[in-house]
Design a protein around this ligand. Sequence first.
Ligand code: ATP
Ligand code: MG
Length: 358
Amino acid sequence: MQYNIAVIKGDGIGPEIVTEAMKAMEVVGEKFGHTFNFTECYAGGNAIDKYGIPLPQETLDVCKASDSVLLGAVGGPKWDSVPSDKRPERALLGLRSNLELFVNLRPAQMHAALADACPIKPEIIGDGFDILVCRELTGDVYFGKRGRRESELGETGWDDMNYSVTEVERIGRRAFDMAMKRNKKLTSVDKANVLETSRVWRETMHKLREEYPEVEYQDMYVDNAAMQLVRNPGQFDVITTGNLFGDILSDEASMITGSIGMLPSASIGKTKLGMYEPIHGSAPDIAGKGIANPIATILSCAMMLRYSFGLGEEADCIEAAVEKALNDGHRTADIAKEGEKVLSTSEMGAIICENIKG
Ligand code: ATP
Ligand code: MG
């Protein structure tokens, strides 16, 4: 089969890590008989430099016409003085809303070979940490009206928080489906003791729950969830929540794995078209040095194969290749311990490609 992939390498370490991910895709394609056609386009800081805006129409058009989007990372200190509505990060919001990507899937998995990096005591972590955060991505306070007004307390900022039943239903259904594919365990996180949006969220989830009697379901307030993730992380499998809470909890969950350069993400929606990117940022402090860890981006490709193209075996092959590289002791600087040999971005990429070939 042929697949068309829009590639946004982005800023900072983006080009370095995406280059390795594209090589991994090519090798997997050769092995399984698929062709991946890559079309490069611009978004983020590089688009500001080239076109004066973070998300040119041309990029949106290429993305919409593709089967999926692979993204490195956008942003960096170079664009710090750009006005807020034109900042590089706006490109991400624009892509998500224009491509109607309303679910953000963030697996946080601790690799056994890197267990030492986990900041939580081994007796609490037990036999590992492997959860999936399913965050709503196109609603909530991030997309409500906002503004400033004069109040009795002086100048006051306000942000409008909204969730409709329809929005909760579509994310909720995806979360239950993911739970069915994994360990049939779902925690829905809200703040229904305070927020009306959360009451809509909870009521809607309870209706959906009836369609998925096999799933062990629980509600949890967000403050408790933040605490429980550290206190007893093993109780979670799939977590679903709104845009704001999900932003915070998914970062918390990823820190439990101890290695930011390892974690992939997927933003998916109505159609098969999804956007796949590492959870880390553009890491300007190490950009251009050839030392970034390409694994998060390579694992994002595995998610693309699985969720957009339905190529489960191919995705497993990439994940196994990464696992083998780690088990064989290969490390980039961010995951190396003192005295361990440190590989460059391209050396790590090459080892993973060899492992994919098998
Ligand atoms: P953003 O606002 O874009 O999320 P950030 O400053 O919060 O950016 P990152 O860019 O993710 O965070 O970087 C945080 C730290 O992790 C930096 O020191 C960076 O060098 C390191 N880091 C991030 N990604 C990688 C990677 N792939 N390989 C090695 N180190 C990384
Ligand atoms: Mg960040």
